[in-house]
Write a protein that binds this ligand. Structure first.
Ligand SMILES: [Zn+2]
Ligand SMILES: [Zn+2]
Length: 449
């Protein structure tokens, strides 16, 4: 094959079948899937040209620096990429399985900064993946804490083969490729010119052993996905979004590596009565008109059940009262019972009675009468009000007309008009903000604390 033409080159993201925002993991996964499919050794779907393009795309997009250059400048920015593939002889890989080849290609590119992943690093035990679990709990469970049972599916050691990956009756045998050492020397001239590197054996991933007869249950992976139940203690006072870590609650690691962790992300259901703000709980408490006027006592809901609350005589709507220690316990993450608690703020809303009975109506009318309240505007009151408006207007006109000459009056009115404009649109007055600042400036004798 001759050199690849730079023009009309397919977009690398398209070649790999990922979006422009794909994570390195997504890119890697997509590469591995496609590489298996397109590798020339694959008799059904192998395509050498397509495979080379794929490898080139992966070479660039698996390297953060090259990827960002490509994002900015396109193919021009990464001209050298893929050169090694033009005269690449795939027979170098004969004798390796398809997975080994993909692993090997992956280790060529996938390592940090385009360098090889070190020999030993791939071979040793690996910690399993951390898992995330979303747990929704009730409002009161978050306040007082709770014990929850959660079920997850995670990778665990296969019991059929005791985690060896080999079928029962057989056992892993020393790897032929590396003679059981776990590492091999690779001449990598096929890609980047001549260099000799020690890498983890691609045949056995550095374990030094090979499985001839894979275990049926785990297909030689030594790990299987299983249901696992955990008892989780949710501490009192926990807030939404908190992550609880269950150590070793995640996937089992490969090659007898340790378990990853499980992170439980807390979500809290809304409550129909209580609204939470950190350690404070707010409730809206309607009270009757009579209670607001006379004062008294009512039962209000709290997270501990109904509790009495004193209402002062003459309470206005919108008044808030505090119930100390009736809020959410301070969250410390400790299992021991926390004694410090927030408050409950009760927002009192005076409700005007509707649908009055005949007797109630009479009583309220009597009350209004006693208080000298007028429920309608009388004709004489209306007339008085109109009269006073008239008097005020004529009084003003007279004053101006008498004391000022006509020219002065003109000036004055235009001035008035101006200042009126200012009032209507304060933003146009440059000094408006200064006035506000002045108003809030400490006066003489006052000191800022
Ligand atoms: Zn097994
Ligand atoms: Zn090996």
């Amino acid at each position: 094959m001759a050199t690849m033409a730079n023009q009309n080159k397919k977009d690398y993201y398209e070649t790999l079948g990922v979006s422009k925002s794909a994570s390195p993991e997504e890119i890697k996964k997509s590469f591995r899937n496609k590489a298996r499919h397109l590798h020339p050794d694959n008799k059904d779907s192998g395509d050498e040209q397509a495979f080379k393009e794929l490898a080139e795309a992966y070479e660039v997009l698996s390297d953060a620096q090259k990827r960002s250059t490509y994002d900015r400048y396109g193919h021009e920015g990464v001209k050298g990429a893929g050169q090694g593939f033009d005269n690449f002889d795939f027979s170098n890989f004969s004798g390796f399985g398809m997975d080994d080849i993909v692993d090997m290609l992956d280790s060529f590119f996938g390592g940090g900064g385009g360098s090889f992943r070190g020999g030993g690093r791939r071979g040793g035990p690996e910690q399993g993946a951390h898992l995330k679990y979303d747990l929704e709990i009730e409002f009161l469970e978050a306040v007082f804490g709770a014990e929850k049972t959660i079920n997850i599916r995670r990778l665990e050691e296969c019991e059929s083969c005791s985690g060896t990956g080999a079928a029962p009756g057989s056992s892993p045998v020393p790897c032929v490729t590396c003679a059981g050492v776990g590492q091999v020397q690779q001449v990598i001239n096929t890609f980047f010119g001549q260099a000799l590197r020690v890498i983890a054996c691609p045949s056995c991933q550095g374990s030094g052993t090979k499985i001839d007869k894979p275990c049926k249950d785990c297909k030689g992976e030594a790990l299987v996905r299983k249901q696992k139940e955990f008892q989780l203690k949710v501490p009192a006072g926990i807030d939404a979004g908190t992550r609880l870590r269950v150590q070793s609650g995640g996937d089992k690691g490969r090659k007898s590596g340790p378990y990853g962790d499980l992170f439980v992300v807390l979500h809290i259901k809304e409550h129909e009565t209580f609204v939470r703000d950190g350690e404070t709980i707010h409730i809206r408490q309607p009270i009757s008109y009579s209670l607001a006027a006379l004062g008294g006592e009512i039962l209000v809901p709290t997270v501990e059940g109904a509790k009495p609350l004193k209402i002062n005589a003459g309470t206005q709507t919108g008044t808030t009262t505090q119930m100390r220690g009736m809020g959410v316990p301070r969250f410390t993450g400790q299992q021991k019972k926390e004694t410090r608690r927030g408050d409950q703020i009760v927002h009192l809303v005076v409700e005007t009675p509707t649908r009055l009975s005949g007797e109630e109506k009479k009583l309220l009318e009597k009350l209004a009468e006693l208080r000298g309240e007028k429920l309608i505007v009388s004709k004489s009151d209306l007339a008085k009000a109109e009269q006073s408006i008239k008097e005020k207007q004529t009084g003003e006109n007279l004053e101006k007309g008498e004391s000022e000459p006509a020219e002065e009056l003109k000036k004055e009115t235009s001035k008035n008009a101006k200042s009126k404009d200012k009032k209507e649109d304060p933003s146009k007055d440059e000094s408006f903000l200064d006035k506000i600042v002045d108003a809030f400036r400490p006066k003489n004798g006052e000191t800022q604390k």
